[in-house]
Design a protein around this ligand. Structure first.
Ligand code: PTJ
Length: 246
């Protein structure tokens, strides 16, 4: 039961925050994940807390890349497991993608909790990197470079929602096509990925699932740099609008 009344003007944002706190209390989310969420909230606020046409364009490009991938993999961290476990399972189902739990702040107990949560959400298989399945990607220090040999290591397309910049760069160097959800259009991950969906993963993932299911899915012209610049401009416009109403 939520303590936030439905009538609260910022109810939706506060409900999302509650999911993170619940995820933290149940051992899914890292302490740092709460802070990362706060950074995301700020950008969400500046973006008007809605899916922009630029985000929708990125979603279409991401859907095309995913359904045409040979070996797609979705990387799940603590925040994503707390925010949208069912949607991750659905996305994996409609695209035939593998799910890999891959943490930035490595922690065995938290990893097990996340695997459990994904199974509870309907996942049949969750890759979780063990001593037999671990492989290393180059360009990162020890703990953070470990991936699963049947997951990210083998993937041609990797979805890395809310990812650290160093890791995104390393995955890119390893030849992967990267799709990310990142509310910050200025982050290194946003700039490094091939397709950045500048939107809250909670909103955008359902649109991505719908797009992947669509029979009308087709290749679209997509330039990540231009799309990010358009998102920054959107923030600028929103700020001017708010200031003129202040
Ligand atoms: O569970 P772990 O150990 O794998 O750790 C996960 C976090 C998120 C803590 C870790 O990957 C991390 O530190 O990430 P960063 O470098 O803080 O990057 C997270 C990015 O996601 C930032 O640019 C945030 O603005 C953005 N972000 C936060 N919440 C959301 C988001 N983007 C989309 N939807 C959100 N809900």
């Amino acid at each position: 039961m939520s303590l936030i009344p439905k009538s609260h003007p910022r109810a939706k944002s506060l409900y999302i925050r509650e999911r993170l706190v619940k995820g933290f209390d149940s051992g899914l989310v890292a302490k740092e994940g709460l802070m990362a969420h706060g950074r995301g909230e700020t950008f969400d606020y500046l973006l008007g807390e809605k899916t922009s046409k630029h985000a929708q364009k990125a979603i279409q490009a991401a859907a095309f890349a995913l359904v045409n991938a040979t070996y797609p993999v979705i990387s799940v961290n603590g925040n994503v497991a707390a925010l949208c476990p069912r949607e991750i399972v659905k996305l994996a189902k409609v695209t035939g993608a593998k799910i890999e739990v891959n943490l930035f702040y490595a922690n065995e107990k938290r990893k097990k909790n996340i695997v459990k949560a994904l199974r509870k959400a309907g996942a049949k298989e969750v890759l979780e990197i063990n001593s037999k399945s671990s492989r290393r990607i180059s360009g990162l220090d020890s703990a953070r470079r470990v991936v699963d040999k049947n997951g990210i290591y083998k993937a041609d397309v990797v979805v890395v929602p809310l990812e650290d910049g160093d890791r995104t760069i390393a995955l890119k160097k390893a030849g992967k096509k990267i799709i990310t959800f990142d509310l910050n259009p200025l982050s290194r991950t946003a700039k490094t990925a091939d397709i950045t969906i500048v939107d809250n993963v909670v909103r955008a993932i359902n649109r991505l699932i719908l797009e992947c299911k669509s029979k009308k899915i087709r290749k679209t012209q997509f330039n990540n740099k231009k799309n990010l610049a358009a998102c920054v401009l959107e923030i600028k416009k929103n700020l001017s609008r708010r200031m003129s109403h202040a």
